[in-house]
Design a protein around this ligand. Structure first.
Ligand SMILES: C[S@@+](CC[C@H](N)C(=O)[O-])C[C@H]1O[C@@H](n2cnc3c(N)ncnc32)[C@H](O)[C@@H]1O
Length: 231
């Protein structure tokens, strides 16, 4: 599934997203969103920010924030949440695989529960590395293929339906992929048979160089901005 169908799915899901995710979120994620927020520092980009469910966990260590998402409807909700929370963030519409930002722009680049949906996660990971400053950090909160055989069997069984319904793949090995691309995983927290992972990674100088999105493609992204305090 490529960008347009995914955008349409999330535009449709936006109104009910918080409610449906909220049902199992505490059980599935425990305090991982809180821990994710604690890893954000300096000038921070949150990729595939969705409705902004991580915004309540941003701390004062974030000195400037930008959020990007494919779905304008999800972004509109993130804007409303940021406004309610008084979080200053600039929100931009665009694709994780062609980030409309210059190389080495951010101290922290973060993404949660979205590399399962992005059509080409390797391309997106390289883009996260590209826009991250040297010595910056990439923070990943993702669900991945479990090393526990019976859980993996369930993931394999459910994944085709999940892919068809919401473009979400249950058996990706995202943290392994990041390692293969040259990220150094500095810390990794696991939850629920290691399905959910919070990883803090440092891209190597080569990670962002493998497959740069063409400049023309980057500037073709419409950086529609949404109102949020301080943006
Ligand atoms: C499951 S939601 C996760 C939202 C949020 N990060 C969270 O933790 O609740 C997946 C999000 O990824 C966004 N998304 C999917 N593919 C994308 C892409 N290629 N570029 C940017 N955003 C994308 C969707 O629009 C949606 O908001």
């Amino acid at each position: 599934m490529s960008g347009d169908p995914i955008r349409a799915i999330y535009d449709r899901r936006a109104a009910s997203y918080d409610r449906t995710v909220g049902l199992g979120e505490r059980w599935l994620l425990g305090n991982l969103r809180h821990a994710f927020g604690a890893e954000l520092r300096g000038k921070t980009l949150e990729v595939a920010i969705g409705t902004g469910l991580n915004l309540p966990y941003y701390t004062a260590a974030v000195t400037g924030a930008v959020g990007i998402d494919l779905s304008p409807q999800m972004l509109a909700r993130a804007g409303a949440r940021a406004h309610d929370l008084g979080v200053a963030i600039s929100l931009v519409s665009g694709d994780a695989q062609r980030l409309p930002f210059a190389d080495a722009t951010f101290d922290t680049v973060a993404i949660s529960l979205a590399l399962c949906t992005v059509p080409e996660p390797e391309v997106a990971l390289r883009e996260l590395a590209r826009v991250c400053r040297p010595n910056g950090r990439v923070v990943l909160l993702e669900h991945v293929r479990s090393p526990v055989a019976v859980v993996y069997a369930a993931e394999r069984l459910l994944s085709p339906l999940q892919e068809r319904l919401i473009g979400c793949h249950l058996t990706r090995e995202t943290i392994q992929t990041a390692r293969r691309l040259g990220f150094t995983i500095e810390s990794e927290e696991r939850r629920l048979w290691s399905v959910f992972r919070l990883a803090v990674a440092r891209p190597s100088s080569a990670t962002g160089d493998g497959q740069p999105a063409p400049t023309s493609a980057r500037s073709a992204v419409n950086p529609a901005r949404y109102a949020a305090p301080g943006s």
